[in-house]
Design a protein around this ligand. Structure first.
Ligand code: FE
Ligand code: FE
Length: 184
C-alpha cells in the first residue's frame, strides 16, 4: 500500500478508487440496460453509460492536472454494488419487479458515487486544487441528477410492479369469506 503523507496524497488515492469504480461501471451499465424492460429505464441506463465514459475522462484530466499518471486502485465497494446489480439482472420475477430491483441497485451506485465525489472534491478544495475540484463537482452534479431521475422513474415502475402482483384486485381471499360470524 502506498504511504499517505498528505491530504493531497489522500486525494490522489481517492481518485484512483473512483477511476476504478467508473471503469467497472462502464462495463456494468450495458448489462443493466439490457436487463431493463421499461423503455425509459433502458434509455436512462444507456444515457448514464455515456455520462460515465465522460466521468472516466474527467478523472484522467484530474490526474493530469495534478501531474499524476492515471492509475486505478480496485474499488471493492463498487465490486460489491455491481455484484448486487447482477443479482437484480438475474432476478426471476415479473418484468416491472425486476426493473424496481434494478433501480434500487442503480441508486445504491449513485449514492456511493455522490459520497465519493463529495469527499474528493472537498479534499481538492482544501489543498487548493481548484481545477480538480471543478472537474469533480461537474461529475458530482451529473450523479445527483441521475439519482433524481431514477427516483422519478421508480414512481411509475413501482406502481406497475405493485399492480402486476396481488394486492390491488380487491378480491376477497377465500379464507376470509366466513359465514358472517364476527369473532371478537
Ligand atoms: Fe459516474
Ligand atoms: Fe453514476
Amino acid at each position: 500500500m502506498d504511504t499517505i503523507e498528505s491530504l493531497k496524497d489522500l486525494l490522489i488515492d481517492e481518485l484512483k478508487d473512483l477511476y476504478s469504480a467508473e471503469q467497472q461501471l462502464v462495463k456494468a451499465l450495458p448489462k443493466m440496460a439490457k436487463a431493463a424492460s421499461n423503455q425509459n429505464l433502458k434509455d436512462g441506463f444507456t444515457e448514464h453509460l455515456e455520462q460515465t465514459k465522460g466521468h472516466v475522462q474527467r478523472l484522467e484530466e484530474a490526474f493530469g492536472s495534478l501531474g499524476e499518471k492515471a492509475r486505478t486502485k480496485t474499488c471493492k465497494a463498487m465490486q460489491g454494488l455491481i455484484e448486487e446489480g447482477s443479482e437484480a439482472i438475474g432476478l426471476s420475477a415479473p418484468d416491472a419487479i425486476r426493473d424496481a430491483c434494478l433501480i434500487g441497485a442503480a441508486q445504491r451506485v449513485e449514492h456511493y458515487e455522490i459520497a465519493a465525489y463529495g469527499t474528493a472534491r472537498a479534499f481538492a478544495t482544501q489543498v487548493g486544487e481548484e481545477e480538480v475540484a471543478r472537474l469533480l463537482g461537474e461529475t458530482l452534479r451529473e450523479e445527483a441528477e441521475t439519482d433524481k431521475k431514477l427516483s422519478t422513474l421508480a414512481g411509475s415502475v413501482n406502481q406497475e410492479a405493485n399492480s402486476g402482483g396481488d394486492g390491488t384486485s380487491g378480491e376477497v381471499p377465500a379464507s376470509a369469506s366466513g359465514k358472517g360470524s364476527s369473532r371478537s
